[in-house]
Design a protein around this ligand. Structure first.
Ligand SMILES: [Zn+2]
Length: 284
């Protein structure tokens, strides 16, 4: 039963929010790789404090975790090499952080090629992955599997969350765990949709990025600034992947035609609708 509703914004704690619209998916829909049925119509709300987007009538957290365990992860990064598929602004910003000898932990790594990309640059690579099937794939590829986030503190120089935070019901708890795992001078890199971006603001509940039952809470940059003990040190406006960054003339033409047909969903993007955000630990 998709009856989960956020009582307040999990980032800034604000309990006042604004209804954005009813989300388009309903009935039988894919959750990870599994088909589920939704009884209630999912709705999108925006936090009045920080602008974070929240899905109401979402799958409850415990059921979602069970679905993730039994699911294989998304195909987004699996069919092509990370370096070929990621947007160039994402690659440029990451390249400075992937130095030889650095210990990199990828959260929700799926069957992603990101860790292989990091290892090719001399990093030691670790995966934390709830999907059993995906964890096995990462192990076969030679990456070390981290079974729990309760391990030794200060273990990693870079912790990455690509397409992960929008799945979290309690991001503060996750980031508190990750903060403890950061080595001195370590960084957390978050790649997610940007609710503050023009395409997201313009399309509202029709924004393509909120059309997944797994995407329950998409934080703005302002929301990430609310995380206790962490500070935003860099934000890069980017795209979900390289193919979503089109030449302006072409993107404009497609966007205009879709808008006229009543089908505009923010894709392909005229301007960026994703963000890569780097955080570092700050002493309270
Ligand atoms: Zn908020």
């Amino acid at each position: 039963m998709n009856t989960f509703r956020f009582s307040h914004c999990p980032y800034c704690r604000q309990d006042r929010m604004t209804f954005v619209g009813v989300l388009g998916y309903r009935d039988r829909v894919k959750f990870g790789s599994l088909m589920i049925e939704l009884a209630e119509a999912p709705e999108l709300f925006r936090c009045n404090g920080c602008g974070t987007l929240m899905t109401m009538n979402a799958i409850p957290p415990e059921e979602a975790l069970d679905l993730y365990r039994r699911s294989s992860s998304g195909e987004r990064w699996t069919t092509e090499k990370f370096g070929n598929i990621a947007d160039r602004s994402t690659l440029q910003a990451l390249s400075g952080a992937l130095m030889p000898g650095k210990r990199v932990l990828d959260i929700g790594s799926g069957a992603s090629d990101f860790l292989t990309f990091a290892r090719d640059r001399g990093c030691r690579t670790f995966a934390f992955e709830p999907s059993r099937e995906s964890a096995e794939i990462q192990r076969e590829r030679g990456h070390e599997i981290v079974a729990s986030l309760d391990g030794p503190a200060a273990a990693f120089d870079l912790i990455t969350l690509f397409d992960v935070v929008e799945h979290l019901y309690d991001p503060r708890a996750m980031f508190a765990s990750l903060r403890r795992l950061l080595a001195q001078g370590g960084r957390i890199a978050v790649l997610t949709g940007a609710p503050q971006s023009l395409p997201a603001r313009f399309t509202g509940a029709k924004w393509w990025y909120v059309q997944y039952p797994e995407h329950v809470c998409v934080p703005t940059l302002k929301a990430l600034r609310h995380l206790p003990g962490l500070a935003v040190i860099k934000k890069v406006a980017t795209f979900a992947k390289a193919g979503y960054r089109l030449p302006v003339r072409e993107a404009w033409s497609i966007a205009r035609n879709r808008y006229r047909a009543g089908e505009y969903d923010g894709l392909p993007s005229v301007v960026s609708d994703h963000q890569l955000v780097f955080l570092k630990e700050v002493n309270a």
